[in-house]
Design a binder for this molecule. Structure first.
Ligand SMILES: [Zn+2]
Ligand SMILES: [Zn+2]
Length: 231
């Protein structure tokens, strides 16, 4: 246990990730910055904000996106954007752990989570991974997996197509861009399984929709989706 605490100490940075102020407590971000993070209202659809929602998603979004549930945590703003867009691997490992734990805590309040067999991070194309050096969704997924004690499977789905950055594309262009971008790599991790996809940002949902449809077409029993941020 003592060794474990020492490891925790090693990973603990004593400055706030956001404002870089010195921290007095063993935390990741300071209280002031934590208060500035805007949580999404619960009890409504996490995709569209409609009132009716079971498993965090309304009926029309469920049909549109092929998700059986969808949970997100924060509204998109400058503060969370700075956290998510951290390109330093060592730093994001800590940020991702912190944000993943928050997502896991939120997920644990929904009963469907106890049925989930595997957590699947949104895969990055190997060229993109080379550019950035790491897959943020994988780091987030690892944290969620650890906290919820659900195995993380990085090799169930693969991104076969190198997709353009989605940021400047509209909804239709995004769907076209990521359509057929994913393939199943290991069917035994998909068929008759209940899966939870993890990503950093949910914008129009086109990326996770594309994965969900591939999973469903290959016999997945349930596909749930989750993200740290909803833009
Ligand atoms: Zn701060
Ligand atoms: Zn909805």
């Amino acid at each position: 246990m003592e060794i474990l605490n020492q490891i925790v100490d090693l990973f603990f940075s004593n400055i706030c990730f956001i404002c870089k102020e010195k921290l007095t407590e063993k935390k990741y971000i300071c209280e002031k910055c934590e208060k500035n993070l805007v949580m999404i209202d619960e009890g409504k659809c996490f995709c569209c904000g409609e009132n009716t929602s079971k498993n965090g998603i309304c009926e029309s979004c469920k049909k549109e996106l092929f998700f059986d549930g969808f949970i997100s945590v924060f509204e998109f703003d400058k503060v969370i954007q700075n956290l998510i867009h951290c390109y330093k691997y060592e730093e994001f490992k800590k940020i991702g752990k912190y944000l993943g734990e928050i997502l896991a805590e939120k997920l644990s309040r929904y009963s469907f989570i106890s049925d989930v067999d595997y957590i699947l991070p949104v895969p990055l194309h190997h060229i993109k991974k080379r550019e950035r050096g790491f897959n943020q969704a994988r780091i987030l997924g690892k944290s969620v997996s650890k906290k919820l004690q659900i195995p993380l499977k990085n090799s169930a789905v693969k991104r076969k197509k190198y997709t353009k950055s989605q940021t400047k594309l509209c909804k239709e262009e995004r769907e076209k861009n990521v359509g057929n971008a994913f393939v199943i790599k290991d069917i035994s991790l998909v068929k008759n399984k209940r899966l939870l996809i993890v990503d950093d940002v949910f914008t129009t949902g086109s990326t996770m929709k594309s994965i969900a449809s591939v999973l469903k077409n290959n016999g997945a029993e349930k596909v749930y989706a989750s993200s740290i941020v909803r833009a």
